[in-house]
Design a protein around this ligand. Structure first.
Ligand code: SF4
Ligand SMILES: [Zn+2]
Ligand SMILES: [Zn+2]
Length: 329
């Protein structure tokens, strides 16, 4: 197996390109494909300050590394989500990368600063963990970018992620989501611009990039991801891709050029008010994040069962003190 470019020994094949690559040409391909996505979709320019949402996984560390290699002014931002050992290890990988690279990493620890973690907070708020986590991350990324004067928030969503989201949106004809599924969302009414520069590169390529660059990332999946429909969509698309290399790329990228404009929502409402608690732009008096914080940190009633114990209060419920103490602000 020889590199299609230089005929030196190859280390990876990319079937959708019908090509093999040596380490140098593969790393160059990753940089070139990222640069092309940034340019084609006008994601940001050389003078913009970029905040990379880092999870400690391969995609976010790879996109941070590629942006630094391309000469962008990119800092990282990691959130300690309180998902047990997984969060501790993820944050440590982000710190290790930043230290090794001499890059700036901003950190927020959810339990310390907001009084809840994703596993118990989502339960208290009656949301799925991923829904509470997504809302939390979006809010904190926006806040960090606005507070820090960054021009754009970059995430490590790759081709596999975006194709899986598209697959789910098409399967259920979520036309509103299809209208918003874009690799770049412009800044509006107090929200920073958002960009996904890895849309031309797949998951396997990002893992190879990290291995070849010696970037140590967290390999384990988040324990909350089990049963996630997103993973099922990825598996379905992978089996199509195995028989028809390039199908995933065409599915997503032809959507962007041929179909996405038809779903775009003409004028997003830019007349948002401010959340009376945190000041974030929102369409209600209190934003969804502040409502989540309130519910996630409110002590939960515990059902004692059908038989009342002697001496119990005149109610069938009482307060779970361990939860209350664990979530003390
Ligand atoms: S799998 Fe769900 S809970 Fe885990 S990090 Fe992702 S969004 Fe958050
Ligand atoms: Zn080569
Ligand atoms: Zn708020």
């Amino acid at each position: 197996m020889k590199c299609t470019v230089c005929r030196e020994p190859a280390v990876i094949d990319i079937r959708r390109h019908n090509a093999y690559f040596c380490p140098d040409h593969f790393l160059r391909l990753c940089r070139d494909q990222t640069a092309k996505a940034i340019k084609d979709h006008q994601m940001f320019g050389p003078d913009d300050r970029v905040l990379v949402a880092v999870s400690g996984g391969k995609d976010s560390l790879a996109v941070w590394d590629i942006l630094l290699e391309l000469g962008y002014r990119a800092d990282g931002f990691v959130i300690g989500l309180g998902i047990g050992d997984y969060s501790a290890a993820s944050t440590q990988h982000a710190r290790d990368y930043a230290t090794g690279r001499g890059a700036t990493l901003l950190e927020v620890n959810l339990p310390d600063e907001y009084g809840y973690d994703i596993p118990s907070g989502s339960k208290a708020a009656r949301r799925t963990p991923c829904s509470a986590c997504g809302l939390t991350k979006r809010h904190l990324f926006d806040k960090a970018a606005v507070d820090g004067g960054y021009d754009v928030v970059v995430t490590g969503h790759n081709l596999d992620d975006e194709a899986a989201v598209l697959f789910g949106n098409v399967l259920h004809w979520h036309t509103e989501y299809l209208g918003r599924q874009s690799p770049v969302l412009p800044a509006r009414a107090g929200f920073p611009r958002k960009a996904k520069p890895l849309i031309r590169l797949g998951e396997r390529e990002m893992a190879a990039y990290c291995v070849l660059k010696g970037i140590d990332y967290i390999v384990e999946e988040c324990p909350m991801a089990a049963g996630n429909r997103h993973l099922q969509y990825k598996e379905s698309l992978n089996s199509v891709e195995a028989r028809s290399p390039g199908a995933k790329f065409d599915f997503y990228h032809r959507f962007l050029t041929a179909a996405a404009p038809a779903f775009r929502i003409a004028d997003e409402d830019d007349t948002l008010s401010r959340c009376e608690r945190c000041g974030a732009p929102c369409s209600a008096e209190v934003c969804a994040f502040c409502r989540l914080v309130e519910r996630a940190t409110t002590p939960q009633p515990v059902h004692l069962g059908p038989r009342r114990r002697r001496g119990a209060a005149n109610t069938a419920t009482t307060t779970d003190r361990s939860t209350a103490e664990g979530h003390a602000p």
